[in-house]
Structures are given as C-alpha cells and as structure tokens.
Design a protein around this ligand. Structure first.
Ligand code: ARG
Length: 477
C-alpha cells in the first residue's frame, strides 16, 4: 500500500487500517474517475467562496487553487488511486496536501464529501443529459429528412400485426419522431431537478461558517440552490427519474429496431438494412442478419435492470447520507452510456436502410387494408349507419377471399349483391368512387385530419417538428 493512502482520514478516530478486501469492497474509485473534473470544479468553487467570504486567507486559498489547477492540467492519472484512499475526494485532497502541505486541510472547511459527491454527480449528469438531448434532436432531424423523401411512399399500417389500413412510410416515421420528441421532453424535465446545487449542505445540517451557497451555485452553473440540506445530501431521485426517462427511450428504440428486424425478413421484404449494420452467419453463406438492431433491442433490458437496481437501493433508506448511495452511481453511468450508444447506433442503422417502395405498395394493395374506407364510402354516399356498412364490407371481404378475388376486382355489382343479402336493398355506388376507396394511394390522400397520413398533412407535421428542433437547439436546452 502506498504510504500516503488513507492516512489523512484515518489517523484521528481509527487506529487500524482497513483490510485490503474491505478497502476494495467499499471503494468508489473505479467509477469516481468520471467525476474527477467535476470534483476539481467543486473544490475550486468552494475554495473561491471560502476566500471571498474571508473564511480562509487569500494566500491559503490561492495555494489550494494553484494545486487544483496543476492537477487539472496533469489529469486524473496524477492521483494515487489505491483503494485504501476510499474515493476521488480523498485522492484529490491527498494530492493537494502532497503539493502544498497542511494548508490543504483548509479546503475541506465547511464541506463534506456528502454534499461534494452529490454536487459532482449532478454536474456530470447535467453534461451527459445535455449530450443525449442533442443526439435526440439529431435523431429527430434524421427521421424528418427520411420522411421528406417518403411522403408518397405507400405502405400498409398494422394493428395486431395484421394488415389494418394504408399509410405512408413518412407517416410511420413521424410516429417514431414524436415518440423521440417526448423522450427528449422527459429528459428536459428531469434536467430541471438535476440542475440544483447541494453544495454547502456539508454533512447534513450545513455549517456555522458564513458560507455563501448562492455564490458556489453560480460559479458551478446550477439553476438553483437546494432548499433543504438533509434532502440535498440524501436525494438521488434525480438519478432514478433520469434513468427512468432513459429506460423509456430504450423502449422507443426497441420498437424501431424490432420493426427493422421484422421488415427486413424475406416475408415482409420491405426494408434492407445496409451491410454496415448487418452480420452474416459462420455456416449459412446466404445470411444477412440485423445484429445491430438485435443488440440494441436487447440492451434495453440493461436500462430496465439499472432502473430497478437504483429504485431498490433507494427504497426505505433513512434520510441523509448512507453509504448505500454510492452503489447507485455505477448503475447510473451504465444506464447513461448504454442509452447513449443505443440511441446513436439506432439512428445510424435506421438512416442506412433501403425502403422497398414497390414491395410496400404491393403489400398495401394485397389484403383489403382499404376496407374501412369502403365502409366509410357507404356512410358518406348512402347515409348508412357505419355498423351496417361494416357488416356489408366484412361479408364482401369474406366472399372475395373465398372466391380468390383481389381488392381491385371488387366493384359496385358485387357490393350490391351483398347489400341485398344483408339489407334487401342494393347500393348503386358509383364505380369510380368504389375504385378510389379501394386504392391505397387514393385513400391516403383523403386522410387530411391533423395527425394523419395525407402528404400535405405530413408536410405540415414535418415543418412543425423542424420548428421544435430549431427552438430547442437555439438555447432552450
Ligand atoms: N464515495 C462516496 C459516494 O460515492 C462519497 C461520499 C462518502 N461519504 C462518506 N461519508 N463516506 O457516495
């Protein structure tokens, strides 16, 4: 063991050092590297405030700040990270002590590792969430570019994974964009509760020194000061809700991945994922497998697992600092990194696909996905109750399937026959109207309701989302 390690902290109350196993078991150093820069910022802000408030002398403060700046330039590897040092806060203090001697001890005036670690974690998480938010906006932008090229690309929409109604690929893509927009908004909302300064809470009840919490809050760029010092050192709900938001984002991404996997099967044949995001088989030479989408689909389990671990650690903990809180941190970072990499790879994979327009149109035409519109036509033209029209069209489809008729072979004569069976009366629908009601491209043009698939409505929706990206990118984040 390095002779410096652990000495600063343990030479008062404790006589014996921890066993090596106990030191490694309790050390957070492995994942504390991530908060190294934030810890320096925190120490610098705190020391500056102590100086401004005349709590420590300007000379001592400047010595401390000089050592911290030197460490900043040298980087985390300049620290002694032996597990017996416990954590990054002690490693930094050890370094400063080594540089300037006992004066370093003033740095910890009116500060505890409890408020310090909470501050560091919030600083780093703010940065990470901002990065993810930027990438979410980027993802929405990529989807909008794709949608712009597919406003007239007809495909069948599914419910229960059965052919339901015709739509366009652009309309379907916008369903992804809107889900991702909400994932973005959830993170933006969670951000407000990350962006609060616990610093100055010290161990749990603040201090009798005349510290200025607002000064450190501003120096560190936090939106506000946390109102209660016990809450400030206890709370990790900001982590839980961030990871929840990431878990839901994972859920959105898995849906996209799942559809790309499904649509790239021979049976669907609607999509080809580019080679760069595919693998082959070691034995079956013909294989093109969607491995990137599969791994992304699976990794959402990690996000859910990390969320569950965090919630479980936090449950029933007494207020204020408990060392259990340290165990939340690695779950947080794993969730952040997993979600971030999933997000970027899914964006790249999706933008690489080749959407097979002809195949999609063929599927849209094949299986009576326009049946609802045919029933609607009867309501519009004959003022027939929808439920009755539904029955006539349902029977028409069954008859067509029994007789091997394609949707485009249905004409007003066939409809009259079935209508007479059901109602005793014929319909006398115009054949051109029947043809249009059965043509997926024509049906889409008529869906002009907000949120729907008509190309003009989709163009408006794309513009609206572009406006959202612009507003969020220009400083609203
Ligand atoms: N490594 C600790 C953590 O991550 C820092 C705070 C330690 N505080 C203490 N009183 N032991 O939570």
């Amino acid at each position: 063991m390095n002779p410096r390690s652990g000495r600063l902290l343990r030479k008062g109350r404790l006589k014996d050092k921890m066993t090596d196993a106990a030191a490694s078991f309790t050390s957070s150093l492995e994942f504390d590297r991530r908060i190294f820069e934030a810890d320096l910022q925190c120490n610098m802000a705190h020391t500056t405030m102590l100086k401004e408030q005349d709590i420590i002398s300007p000379e001592d403060a400047d010595k401390i700040l000089g050592a911290l700046q030197k460490l900043e330039a040298e980087g985390v590897d300049a620290l002694d990270l032996d597990p017996s040092v416990e954590d990054i806060h002690m490693a930094v203090e050890n370094y400063v002590t080594h540089e300037i001697g006992e004066v370093a001890g003033f740095m910890h005036t009116a500060k505890s590792r409890n408020d310090q670690v909470a501050t560091d974690l919030r600083l780093v998480l703010k940065y990470e969430v901002e990065e993810i938010q930027d990438d979410l906006l980027r993802f929405i932008g990529v989807i909008l570019d794709m949608a712009d090229n597919h406003r007239e690309t007809v495909m069948v929409g599914y419910t229960h994974l059965q052919h339901a109604q015709p739509t366009t690929f652009a309309h379907h893509l916008l369903s992804y964009a809107n889900a991702i927009k909400r994932d973005y908004q959830r993170l933006k909302d969670a951000y407000q509760r990350i962006d609060m300064s616990p610093l100055g809470s010290a161990a749990l009840t603040t201090t009798s020194f005349k510290i200025d919490r607002e000064m450190t809050q501003k120096l560190l760029g936090f939106g506000s000061v946390m109102d209660n010092s016990i809450d400030a050192v206890s709370s990790r709900d900001f982590m839980a809700e961030t990871v929840f938001s990431l878990a839901l984002l994972g859920s959105t991404l898995t849906k996209i991945c799942e559809e790309m996997i499904l649509w790239s099967t021979y049976e669907f044949g609607m999509v080809e994922i580019s080679d760069e995001f595919s693998s082959t088989s070691s034995i079956m030479p013909q294989k093109k497998n969607p491995d990137v989408a599969e791994i992304a689909r699976a990794k959402t389990a990690t996000l859910y697992g990390e969320l569950m671990a965090i919630l479980t650690i936090l449950k029933a903990l007494p207020q204020s600092y408990n060392r259990d809180l340290q165990e939340v941190t690695p779950h947080l970072w794993n969730a952040v990194d997993t979600a971030h990499s999933m997000l970027n790879i899914t964006r790249e994979m999706l933008s690489s696909i080749d959407f097979k327009k002809e195949r999609a149109l063929k599927l849209a035409k094949a299986n009576f996905s326009t049946a609802t519109e045919l029933a609607d036509l009867m309501v519009k033209e004959k003022r027939m109750p929808f439920r009755l029209a539904h029955q006539i069209v349902g029977r028409t489809v069954t008859t067509a399937l029994e007789n091997g008729l394609e949707p485009e072979e249905i004409d007003s004569k066939i409809l009259d026959k079935i209508s007479e069976e059901v109602t005793g009366e014929s319909l006398d629908l115009d054949d051109e109207l029947v043809r249009k009601a059965l043509d997926p491209s024509e049906v889409i043009k008529t869906r002009k309701v907000v949120g729907g698939p008509s190309p003009e409505i989709v163009a408006d929706a794309i513009l609206k989302l572009r406006g959202f990206i612009e507003a969020e990118s220009s400083g609203n984040v």
